[in-house]
Each structure stands twice: as C-alpha cells, then as structure tokens.
Ligand binder design. Structure first.
Ligand SMILES: *Cc1c(COP(=O)(O)O)cnc(C)c1O
Length: 472
C-alpha cells in the first residue's frame, strides 16, 4: 500500500533517501504531469479528502529541496511557489532538518503553558531582535497565520479598550471566523460561511494600477483616513491591520507614503498599527520585513509562513506594553510554539542570517524584474510588473485596458505546470501571476523557470505587441 505513495523517491548509492539540497537541481520530466502514480493517488484523494480542499497541481510530492520539487513519478519540477512563501530557506534545509530531528528525539510536546522550554523563549528573543524598531518587544507563538492575526486583534482590543478593526480592500488575513471577516474576497474564502464577526470595517487600498487617476500614497492614505474618521471614529478603533504588500489579493504594492501616513495617524490617535507580514516577512522582499523599506515601525507584527522552513509556527510580536496589556492566561493554546516548530524556526533564522537570504531575495528580484519586464514588452496582456525582491507578480489584462484576463492567466498557469514549472496565481480577479521562489534557488534554474513562463504565454496564444497592433 505504501510503495506507490513513495514511488519516484531518489536514493544515493548507499540507499539513503535524497531530499533537500542534495536533490539534483534540474527540471526533468519523465512522464506527463501529473503522471500515473500521481493520478492514482489523486483518485484516492478524491475518495478520502473533503472536496472543499482543492489542489493547484495534483502532482504528488516525494522529495523537495533547493529550487525543485520531485513528484512520485520521478518528475523534477522547478519550484516558483515555495509552498506559498514558506520554504524560503529551501525544503528540508539542513539546519531545519537537523534541529527538528534533534528535538523530536528529545521531546515533542509539553504544552508551553504547562511546563515551558527554552526553544520558545529563544524564538521570541530572535523576533524581538529582527522585527523593526528598537523598543522593548515581546511575542506570543501560535500555530497558523490566521491564529496570529486573531491574537493580534485580541491584544489590540484589550490594550485600547476599543472594538473596531479596520482592514483594506483586497486584504487576505486567513480563513477562521474573525479572519474571514477581515479577508476581502468572497469566493472561495467566505462564500456561504457566514455570519462573520462584527466590528470589522474595510477601507480603500492604494492600488496604483487600478486608480482611475494617479494618486500619491499620502493622498490615498488621506482617502482611507477620511473614511475611517467618518464611518468608524478613531475613538472606537482598536487597530488597523494591513499587509505592507498584499499577498493573496494580488501582490499589490501601495504607493510610496501610504504606509507611513497610516502608521503616523495611528500613533496620533492611539490606534494599534498591525502589520500582517505573514507573507512578506523573513527576507522575502529583500529586507527582514517589508515595513523596513519605508522605515515603518509597526506596533504589532504578525508572522508565520517563512518563519520555520515549513513547520507550522506563527507569532505576534510587538511593543512590550501592548503585549503585556493582556491578563495572565489570556493568550495561548495547546500547540502554540511547539518545541519541534521552534527548533525549525531557530534553524531557519540561522540559515537566513548565514546565507544572507535578504540579499539573495534582492538578487532574485533583479533577475525576475528583468525577465518579467522583457515579457511585458512583448505581451501587452501584461498590464503591470510589480512586487519587491523575491515577491513579484504580473497582472494579466485584455491588451490596452485594465480589464482582468483570468482566463489567459489560468491557461498560462496550466501550461507552466505541464512543462514542469510550479507557478501560482492570485488576486481579487484571479488574473495575477505571482512568483515566490525559494530564496536558495540557483540563478540558472530560476532563469529556466521564467523562460518556460515566457514560452507558456506564446503557447497560450497571447497576442504579441505587433499582433495586437495589427488587430487594433
Ligand atoms: C497566508 C496568510 C495568512 C494566513 O495564514 P495561515 O497560516 O494560512 O492561517 C494571513 N495573512 C497573510 C498576509 C497571509 O499571506
């Protein structure tokens, strides 16, 4: 029964399983994608896993590392997804794997609230050092990004004695009840799942590509602030929660000045400014945290995804006086800050420092930026190239307009998959192609992955600039 789910595993001459960075770093297809073993597994998946859990590419994975994922049929795919910005240090990164292996043999769980252990404390110390600002900071560790966002809101409410929370158009903050209310997009995240939590208000985002007329960041912030003051009232507002670069919503980079203006307004009115850096954090955008780009110092910051090399861990980190406003016992959970996940985080953070993955992210950003701009030159269906560091995207539209073309984005995505490149789409309109490679991917593999994306635009029949000029 188990041999078929392990098919395609590669071993060295001693029979040791290859995984992590020891995997050959190449794109290599031996079957169609997905292959026969994956298809058989997918039939079992369909019979046993809730239909509510969908899969982007049903190629079942046997090993992964560096810039590749290897499926059970033996196909080696280029990874431009990193499990949605999670395996930034690479899959099965040596320091993560070693830390986990050591910890899992020592002890696996005590519940930090019952009897504590040092790993939890050490992760909180690292978070205090690495997050923006030199003020005294404290943290709480949790299991998922959504749980971190929920806790950040709980903490802000206790600290301010106020109820309201402001979020933005196109925001994504998770799938739990409170975070569904905070997430903007209905399908698939919210549809039919209500009623939603109250006291969540949505403000207009700065989305330069879709503004009817160019508007500066400070003006876009003023627009949001006016709405907040008129519809909510600062005296009722506990927190503003914002992704410094929006993730699922379409890799939307607000105009320069937007974030600092919001942050200053929050400070002036005693509102907690919460940066949701769950997708942007831990070197992804070329800094440890995306807020640093404009010198913004959030009161609270939520982290997850890239923090622990693939193990489930999340955190809320922030001003000590805000974090300590909560009564003893008010925060926690059975698994929050699990010792194995903490060991993984310490290994991942050490790897980020040692390999200077923030610099790697900037380098990846240069390669992606160059290639994606070339692509946009050729294909007028690409309305905009945007993002920062190793978090970049292209927005696909009908040529010469801002009308979203999700159909073309989907077609290109499927072609990339069948050619052995793992790509992702996102966006309120489903028309944004996002690139989130592991930060340890080598340059040649990244270039090859992007070349396949380029070929996929041609194969999908996207008109070139010349052709669309002829058509008019
Ligand atoms: C992924 C994500 C979340 C939710 O994290 P989960 O671990 O999936 O609960 C929240 N906010 C942002 C910005 C995210 O990208």
């Amino acid at each position: 029964m188990s041999s078929d789910i392990h098919g395609g595993i590669q071993t060295d001459s001693h029979g040791e399983i290859l995984g992590g960075p020891t995997l050959p770093q190449h794109r290599h297809l031996v079957t169609e994608i997905p292959g026969p073993i994956s298809r058989a597994l997918h039939e079992r998946k369909t019979a046993s896993v809730s239909g509510g859990v969908s899969v982007g590419l049903p190629a079942y994975i046997a090993a992964a590392g560096g810039g590749v994922v290897v499926d059970v049929d033996g196909n080696s795919l280029i990874d431009l997804a990193a499990g949605i910005a999670v395996t930034s240090v690479g899959n099965a990164a040596p320091k993560v794997a070693e830390g986990v292996a050591r910890q899992v043999h020592q002890f696996t769980h005590t519940c930090f609230m019952v009897v504590p252990y040092g790993g939890y404390v050490e992760v909180c110390e690292r978070l205090a050092e690495l997050t923006p600002g030199s003020h005294a900071k404290k943290s709480v560790l949790l299991n998922s990004g959504a749980e971190a966002v929920e806790n950040a809101v709980k903490i802000a409410r206790v600290a301010t004695g106020r109820d309201a929370v402001v979020v933005f158009d196109h925001a994504y903050h998770g799938r739990t009840n409170l975070t569904m209310a905070m997430t903007a997009k209905n399908a698939p995240y919210k549809n039919g799942f209500g009623p939603f939590a109250g006291e969540v208000y949505r403000a207009p985002m700065s989305y330069p590509f879709r503004e009817p007329a160019p508007i500066k960041g400070a003006e876009a912030a003023e627009r949001a602030i006016t709405m907040i003051e008129k519809q909510v009232g600062a005296e009722n507002l506990a927190a503003i929660v914002i992704e410094p670069i929006q993730g699922e919503g379409g890799f939307i980079v607000p105009a320069e000045g937007f974030l600092p203006a919001l942050s200053e307004w929050c400070t002036k009115h005693g509102v907690v400014f919460i940066a949701d850096e769950i997708q942007t954090g831990f070197c992804r955008t070329g800094d440890w945290f995306a807020c640093e780009n404009e010198g913004v110092v959030p009161d609270l910051i939520t982290t997850a995804k890239g923090i622990a090399g693939g193990l489930p861990l999340a955190a809320v980190t922030g001003r000590a006086e805000i974090m300590d406003a909560v009564h003893p016992g008010g925060l926690g959970g059975t698994y929050g800050g699990n010792p194995v996940a903490c060991a993984a985080a310490l290994g991942a953070i050490e790897t980020m420092k040692e390999l200077d993955l923030a610099a790697r992210a900037r380098h990846i950003g240069q390669i992606m930026g160059r290639r994606l701009h070339e692509l946009a030159e050729r294909y007028p269906s690409i309305g905009e190239v945007r993002g920062r560091g190793a978090m970049m995207a292209i927005e696909v539209v009908k040529p010469g307009t801002i009308t979203p073309d999700a159909e073309l984005a989907g077609a290109v995505n499927r072609i990339c998959h069948s050619e052995g490149v793992l790509t992702l789409t996102c966006g309120t309109f489903g028309n944004v192609f996002r690139f989130l490679p592991p930060l340890v991917i080598d340059d040649a593999l990244l270039e090859e992955g992007l070349a396949v994306v380029e070929q996929a635009f041609a194969a999908a029949g996207a008109p070139t600039r010349r052709e669309s000029a002829v058509v008019g």
